[in-house]
Design a protein around this ligand. Structure first.
Ligand SMILES: NC(=O)c1ccc[n+]([C@@H]2O[C@H](COP(=O)([O-])OP(=O)(O)OC[C@H]3O[C@@H](n4cnc5c(N)ncnc54)[C@H](OP(=O)(O)O)[C@@H]3O)[C@@H](O)[C@H]2O)c1
Length: 320
């Protein structure tokens, strides 16, 4: 079958490992289902996979794509939940052995993907396949950061570090719909304008001093914005972290952390119930993901190049 895959780990030059070609059809274990993929969306996770981060070398070649939407053999239209884990931990994201598609099992950038039967949810009719393909990773991560992990309430102020990325644009849209005052930092005028068009109340240059401290900061950038994040949060406020794109080892700023009684909270993906709630929220409120580029899967390399260069304007979607 047709697939977009990583041939081998390549930390220095990840796109040199990207292949667009043929892979064997998947075998379907008992209790798993086959999804005829209609669309997938690109996540930074796919670039980490090409670099060999979060995947063992013997797992290559690996079909990329942790997000997708498609059709089951009986015609049901579905959204894929990418977290494959044991729910006896109370939440599959807490299973220490849980994995995302593309870490142990093949991903969605292909004609077909196989997943456990519990890992598909009905696609709301209000979302296109391309829009639905944005929900399972970036949007689910944003949903959990905001509604499960942050403790922020409607009327309070949130700061999103990064304006144009998949998780950032989801945070802006969800936060605005839920009644928060949404502030954003972005690296260019164009990216800040995008955030404003999605409903942000104000957009600042990266690192700019804010008019006042905020109730919660949402971090996926890491090293490049961490010092600003720690200075921007109110005493007793929260910093919710789900990524570290620019580097993982910033100074912890421990004195500020304890003196200002800042809560630093990690967050990863979301469980199936959160994905169901996210889909319902989007359906009820008419929310749509910002999609900056929609390309056929055969042209996936262009999308990867855009993400690697930081040229995002919301999600990058691949259609079949
Ligand atoms: N833990 C999880 O479950 C989970 C799930 C999804 C994503 N993530 C992580 O979250 C991060 C973002 O993923 P994504 O898919 O949203 O990526 P993306 O679409 O490529 O977005 C990247 C974002 O990072 C910002 N950024 C990058 N480098 C920066 C720098 N040097 N200074 C300031 N801002 C910078 C960009 O801001 P501008 O708009 O200003 O360019 C943009 O908003 C990745 O590290 C990913 O691994 C984690």
């Amino acid at each position: 079958m047709f697939a977009v895959y990583a041939a081998e780990p390549n930390p220095e030059s990840p796109l040199d490992s990207l292949r667009v070609g043929e892979r064997p059809d998947p075998e379907v274990p008992d209790g798993w289902v086959t999804v005829d993929v209609r669309a997938g969306s690109l996540n930074m996770h796919d670039l980490w996979t090409l670099r060999g981060v979060g995947i063992k070398p013997d797992q290559f070649p690996m079909i990329l794509g942790c997000d997708g939407a498609g059709v089951l053999e009986d015609g049901t239209e579905v959204v894929i939940h990418s977290v494959i884990g044991d729910t006896s931990f109370g939440d599959e994201t807490f299973d220490p052995k849980r994995s995302l598609l593309t870490e142990r099992y093949q991903g969605t950038f292909a004609d077909k993907v196989v997943v456990p039967a519990r890992n598909v949810l009905p696609k709301p009719a209000s979302l296109s396949f391309g829009e639905a393909a944005c929900m399972g990773t970036a949007w689910l991560t944003a949903y959990r950061m905001l509604f499960t992990r942050s403790g922020i309430r409607p009327g309070q102020t949130m700061l999103v570090q990064g304006a144009s990325g998949g998780v950032s644009t989801a945070l802006v849209t969800l936060g605005k719909a839920a009644g928060m005052r949404v502030w954003v930092t972005g690296r260019t005028e164009e990216k800040r304008a995008l955030a404003m068009s999605l409903g942000a109340d104000a957009a600042f240059e990266t690192g700019a001093r804010l008019p006042e401290r905020v109730d919660a900061v949402f971090e996926t950038v890491g090293k490049a914005t961490w010092a600003h994040t720690m200075k921007s949060v109110k005493p007793g406020g929260a910093v919710v972290v789900s990524g570290s794109t620019s580097g993982p080892d910033p100074s912890a700023d421990l004195q500020r952390l304890f003196f200002m009684q800042i809560r630093v909270v990690g967050s990863t993906m979301g469980n199936k119930e959160e994905l169901a709630d996210l889909l319902a929220f989007c359906d009820l409120k008419g929310l749509r993901p910002a999609i900056g580029a929609e390309l056929p899967m055969t042209e996936a390399k262009d999308g990867f190049e855009q993400m690697l260069a930081g040229e995002t304007a919301g999600k990058i979607v691949f259609t079949r």
